[in-house]
Design a protein around this ligand. Sequence first.
Ligand SMILES: [Zn+2]
Length: 412
Amino acid sequence: MAPHYEFMLLRGGRYIDEGHRIRTGDILIENGRIAQIGRGLKAKGAIDCTGRLIMPGLCNAHTHTASILFRGAGEDLSLYEMFHRLLFPAEAKMRPADSYIAAKMCMQEMQATGTTAIFNLDLIAEPVLKAMKETGMKGVIAVATKDQPIYSDQPRLHPEKQIAETVKLKKKLKSGPISVAFGLANERECSPELIKEVAELAEQHETKLFMHAAESEQEVEYVRRKYGKRPLAYLDSLGALENTVLIHAVHLSDQDARLLAEKSVSVVHCPRSNVALGNGLAPLHAFFDAGVNICLGTDHPMPNPNTSMLREVAFAGLAHRVRGWHVNSRILMDFATINGASIAGAGWGRIKPGAPADLAIMKPWTLAEHSLNNLVYGECYTVETTLIDGRPAVRDSKLMEKARAIYERLRQ
Ligand SMILES: [Zn+2]
């Protein structure tokens, strides 16, 4: 991490305020927090932000950072084929040190596009946690616990180890910018017994449960045939909805939207991944109207090779306009900022006095009036500096070479 500056002034720029309006003002950062916003502020260590737009750091609410090594592989394969032929065999060869390098490289890449918090769901947690600490990335770590192999030749699963790792880290990380939650892979790869057990553990530990659900029609059909229910009713029957964050939630109905709201379930929408895999689009408008807390995530780098949250925001906006919902950029920015903060119980996502100084300084590379529309859809900006708690995020180019060497080894 870069050194911590006690005071820092972002001078002469414009910024996105709490209501997502573009304002003019200097931002004074003191001990990692926004201390004051106003005109003509003075401090040592000023950064000239003339012509720049300062954006709150974004929250990528669903990532698999340790899987970045497999970015873009298997373009023509379905989800299960992709996992069976490429992902599972490679993952079986990955050592914790490999996951750490991959996750760290991925986090630095995300920070370079303005992301300052993630909710990560990989098979293991400790190497990801190490990478988060070293990069300053905030957020929540969960382990994608599973006990039902899809294929007979799949590497052995170790749900008991995954649960033990979660409990151990939970005890270790009691407070701070990173927290630990429970995680499950999905309804297909988890038995009802495991879902019940992990949901109970999440309740006991007063933490969230992150889980992929209702992602594809095949999955919905599997649950219907095996358990005689649709995915949401099935998870509800296992007591696995309260305090849960459902990832994807593509194949749900308007009635399901009401149940999500009733049970305070948050949804992470991953439209680029869902569309790339031909899985369709979640009924987001129904979720929004029902009052469901919605976030956005870039998901797995195999179906979605792009980790930029602004790209995800733009895609979500355009995709839902096609579905008849003219969702505006302010709502989309909530999906990418404070809605994630509310899941994490954190204060980031807003530029206001008292908030952590998690900010991206955006520089227009072409003629563009500062507006959310240009920020989200125009691709008119590059991120000049990302600050986390007032510290500039750094990018270590040597990590890419290390990650490349790991990738070459895993391919053999
Ligand atoms: Zn995922």
